[in-house]
Ligand binder design. Structure first.
Ligand code: URP
Length: 384
């Protein structure tokens, strides 16, 4: 699936227009140390082509150590369009999304992916712009045993893969709605869930109408393949949010997102990448693709005309490493699966080199943060 009238990708434009002799240097400066292209199995390449989605694979390398064996794993990032029009019946939309993502997960399995992560609220259109409650709240499900979690449990068992599934959650009994990522172990058991900590109040992103600020802190999940955390969408603008996951020991932080070009695109390549550098970990930024049209018009509250869509979700999912390098992004226009091999030993190797976490002055920060959060806070400003 593709949104054909949109600009396809920065990487493609650089490749077509920068002379061969200069391209490697341009890439080094823009993207850091070159990631190696992964050889992916022919069956996976053919399947992706038949099912009309982009498949790319890259690898980050770490030095070989004398005392620790390498800790190599593969992550998969899935970006996709909303399959059916937004006014199709709710169950049909959910089932169509399950089918689409299910076939992408099959290809991820062929590529040896160990941990697979989907985009923010992946089973539904990003309807939070509309402020209408119906039918959008009907997409909310139980994180523990909703149909989407059961679907992911099947994927996890079948492919021996950890599945990170960001959904709109309806908490049973209280009926409270949350923006949640469910983490399903490769055994098929639900390991737990984590909730979006920061709710956007920017442009058309009127999400506070729908769900509450997360109340689960900064949980890290010890999977068979490594320690992972999920910083959902708008949380990526908060360096301290990434940092808290890192303090709790996250080695890979996923950032499932839904964001549009006019709002955030220049920030997208910087934020998750900077978080990988600052926290000596890997980060995985995932964004949906396409333009979703809604029947009723809505305004952005900025005096401009009412409209029926958010604008274009620009995909461009990528992975960043602690050494500041990053993979090329997936396309801005197509559904895609990004397969990335990484050796988690790189985290400590870069920490030993740059020591950002070791040199942090946490007691000092904590003292000022505590004072700044108090109602009588007075900033320390020296005046002449
Ligand atoms: N989904 C979401 O939080 N979007 C807000 C916009 C952004 O963070 O780019």
């Amino acid at each position: 699936m593709s949104s054909s009238c949109e600009f396809e990708s920065l990487e493609k434009t650089l490749e077509s227009h920068i002379p061969e002799a200069e391209l490697a240097e341009v890439r080094r400066i823009l993207f850091g140390k070159e990631t190696q292209k992964l050889e992916l199995p022919l069956c996976a390449v053919e399947s992706a082509a038949q099912r009309d989605f982009e498949l790319k694979g890259f690898g980050f390398r770490a030095s070989v150590e004398q005392l620790r064996p390498p800790r190599v794993l593969r992550v998969g990032l899935v970006q996709h369009h909303s399959v059916l029009p937004t006014d199709a019946p709710v169950q049909e939309q959910i089932s169509a999304m399950h089918r689409r993502v299910g076939e992408m997960a099959e290809v991820a399995a062929m590529c040896g992916v160990n941990i697979l992560c989907f985009q923010e609220t992946w089973t539904m259109p990003f309807a939070f712009c509309t402020r209408e409650k119906e039918p959008w709240t009907e997409f909310a499900e139980s994180a523990e045993d909703g149909q989407t979690t059961r679907f992911c449990q099947e994927l996890a068992r079948k492919h021996n893969m950890v599945v990170v599934s960001p959904i709109l959650e309806r908490e049973e009994l209280s009926d409270t709605l949350w923006n949640t990522a469910v983490v399903v172990s490769n055994s098929g058991n639900v390991m737990g869930k984590t909730r979006k900590n920061h709710i956007p109040r920017v442009g058309d992103f009127n999400e506070s109408t729908y769900y509450m600020e997360g109340n689960m802190g900064h949980t890290v999940f010890q999977t068979q393949f490594g320690r992972i955390a999920v910083n959902i969408c708008y949380g990526r603008h908060h360096p301290l949010n990434w940092f808290m996951f890192s303090l709790n020991g996250a080695e890979i932080i996923f950032n499932p997102s839904a964001t549009v070009g006019a709002l955030s695109e220049p920030m997208w390549p910087i934020e998750a990448r900077n978080a990988a550098i600052a926290n000596h970990c890997f980060t995985c930024a995932i964004n949906r693709v396409g333009t979703e049209h809604f029947k009723s018009e809505f305004t952005s509250g900025d005096g401009k005309k009412a409209h029926h869509d958010f604008g274009h979700f620009y995909g461009s999912s990528y992975v960043a490493a602690p050494d500041g390098s990053r993979t090329p992004g997936l396309s801005r226009t197509r559904d895609g699966l990004l397969v990335v091999e990484m050796d988690l030993n790189l985290n400590r190797q870069i920490s030993d080199k740059w020591s950002f976490k070791m040199t942090g002055r946490y007691a000092e920060y904590a003292e000022l943060l505590t004072r700044a959060a108090a109602p009588d806070f007075k900033p320390k400003i020296v005046k002449e």
